[in-house]
Design a protein around this ligand. Structure first.
Ligand SMILES: [Fe+2]
Length: 369
C-alpha cells in the first residue's frame, strides 16, 4: 500500500527543500493519538511551529488566527495531524488569505486567494470523513455552516497511519465510521456519480462493512488501516459525486443539538434509503437506480429493501449509534420546521429523487427503528 508511515519518513528525510514546517493539530489529536511519539521524532531536524486548535467545530475566528500565524512563520510545508476539524482548518488556512472582508467572501464564494500558500500534508487521526482527499472544507461563521470549495484546497499528500486511530474512543469511531459508510452509499445514489465514483464507493463499502464493528469492539492495526482506507476511498467517491439527502439533513442536528457529524447523518439514513427505493420510478438519474441498490444488496448480503433496512438498523444498534430522538432528548415534532429550514439544499439537489418539503418532514419525523 502507498501513503504509509514509511513513505512519510522517506518524504521528510529527503527534505524536498523544506526548512520550516507549520503543524496544525489538536492537543488530543497530537498527544493521545500517539502522533507526538510517532511523528514527533521526524520533525526534529526542521524548524517547527505548532498550532493547537481549541474549537470543536472549525470556526472562521480560529481559522483567521491560523492564517495570521502562517503568514508570520512563513513555512515551506504545513502538516495537519487530526480529525475533520483540524484537516478543515489546514485546508482553509493554506488557501485563504487574510482580508477584512473574509466573512462576505466565504458567504458569496468569492475568495481572495486561488492559490495555495505552500504544500500541505494531511494525516488523519480519525477514520471517517476522508477530508484528506476532498476539495472542500467546512467553516462555521457565527454558528452557520459554510463550505469553501476549490480544487486548490485539496491537500497535496496524505499518509494513513493506523496506529494513530487505534486509541480513538468508541464515540469517535462509531460516528466517524458511519460517516464513511454513509458517504459511500450516498455517493452510489448521487446524481453526480459516474463510473469512477461508483468504483471508489464500492471499494470503500467492501472495506468498511467488513471492518466497522471489529474496529469498534476489537481494534487492531489491521481493521484500523482498513477503516482508514475505507474513509479515504469514500472521500474520493464524494469528491466526484458529492453527498445527498442524509448529509443534507444532518447539519442542523450538529449545529443545534451538538450531535457529532456521522451520528447526525445516521439519523435519517434509513428513511432516505427507503424513500429513494419506494420512488425509484421517479428517479431523475441518468443511471439505473435499481442497479445501484443491487450493489448494496450484494455487499450487505441482503435480497430486498426490507432486509437492507434491517441490515443498517442492526449495524447502527450494534455500533451503539442511538437514533431514537426521545433518547437523544430531541423533541423532533417541535423542532422539525427549524431543522427543515436549515437543510443543505446544495446536497439535497444530488438526491436521485426530488424530495418535497412534505417528503422531508415525513423522512425526518417518521422514525421506526
Ligand atoms: Fe460526512
Amino acid at each position: 500500500m502507498n501513503n504509509t508511515f514509511k513513505e512519510l519518513k522517506n518524504f521528510l528525510s529527503k527534505r524536498n527543500g523544506v526548512k520550516k514546517i507549520f503543524v496544525i493539530t489538536g492537543y488530543k489529536s497530537y498527544n493521545l493519538s500517539g502522533a507526538k511519539k510517532i511523528i514527533g521524532p521526524l520533525l526534529k531536524k526542521f524548524q517547527v511551529k505548532f498550532f493547537f486548535k481549541k474549537e470543536y467545530f472549525p470556526t472562521l475566528q480560529e481559522a483567521k488566527l491560523i492564517i495570521a500565524e502562517i503568514k508570520k512563520f512563513q513555512p515551506n510545508l504545513i502538516i495537519a495531524v487530526g480529525g475533520g476539524c483540524v484537516l478543515d482548518y489546514s485546508k482553509i488556512s493554506n488557501f485563504l488569505t487574510f482580508s477584512n472582508n473574509l466573512e462576505n467572501e466565504i458567504k458569496k464564494g468569492s475568495y481572495s486567494s486561488k492559490n495555495k500558500y505552500c504544500r500541505l500534508i494531511a494525516i488523519p487521526t480519525t477514520a471517517g470523513s476522508g477530508a484528506e482527499v476532498t476539495a472542500n472544507s467546512v467553516i462555521y461563521i457565527k454558528k452557520e455552516k459554510y463550505s469553501v470549495e476549490d480544487k486548490n484546497i485539496k491537500p497535496d499528500f496524505f499518509f494513513l497511519i493506523p496506529e494513530l486511530i487505534l486509541k480513538n474512543s468508541k464515540i469517535i469511531k462509531k460516528s466517524a465510521g458511519f460517516d464513511a459508510i454513509s458517504q459511500a452509499v450516498e455517493s452510489l445514489f448521487s446524481l453526480k456519480s459516474n463510473s469512477s465514483s461508483v468504483n471508489f464507493a464500492k471499494k470503500s463499502l467492501k472495506l468498511s462493512l467488513n471492518n466497522f464493528l471489529g474496529h469498534l469492539n476489537n481494534p487492531t492495526k489491521y481493521n484500523s488501516i482498513k477503516m482508514l482506507m475505507a474513509s479515504n476511498l469514500a472521500g474520493k467517491a464524494i469528491s466526484i459525486s458529492k453527498t445527498t439527502s442524509p448529509h443534507a439533513l444532518s447539519y442542523p442536528f450538529s449545529s443545534n443539538f451538538n450531535i457529532s457529524h456521522g451520528h447526525a447523518v445516521s439519523l435519517t439514513f434509513n428513511n432516505c434509503l427507503k424513500f429513494n427505493f419506494v420512488n425509484i420510478q421517479k428517479s431523475n438519474s441518468d443511471f439505473n437506480l435499481l442497479k445501484r441498490y443491487e450493489i448494496l444488496f450484494k455487499y450487505t448480503h441482503t435480497q430486498n429493501i426490507e432486509e437492507l433496512d434491517k441490515f443498517f438498523i442492526n449495524l447502527k444498534k450494534n455500533s451503539g449509534l442511538e437514533t431514537n430522538y426521545e433518547k437523544l432528548k430531541i423533541n423532533i415534532v417541535k423542532h422539525a420546521d427549524k431543522i427543515l429550514s436549515e437543510v443543505n439544499h446544495q446536497r439535497l439537489r444530488n438526491n436521485p429523487v426530488k424530495m418535497s418539503p412534505k417528503n422531508l418532514k415525513s423522512i425526518l419525523i417518521n422514525q421506526k427503528e
